[in-house]
Write a protein that binds this ligand. Structure first.
Ligand SMILES: [Zn+2]
Length: 61
């Protein structure tokens, strides 16, 4: 699983999401930025920042 914490992009925000798919995380984060942070213009650089801050969970299953 991969995890993204919004607080790494927007200080103070506790929202986070997890998914198997990086593309899924990017799409959820963009929805969150639009709905919660009022971002109307999603720049390509934001997608790169989301990917850079998405980490793999190291679950020893
Ligand atoms: Zn947020």
């Amino acid at each position: 699983m991969k995890t993204f914490h919004c607080g790494s992009l927007v200080p103070g925000c506790n929202w986070h999401t997890r998914s198997q798919s990086e593309a899924d995380i990017v799409s959820r984060v963009i929805d969150h930025l639009r709905q919660t942070h009022g971002e109307t213009e999603i720049r390509p650089s934001i997608v790169e920042q989301i990917k850079a801050r998405t980490s793999d969970d190291q679950d020893a299953a």
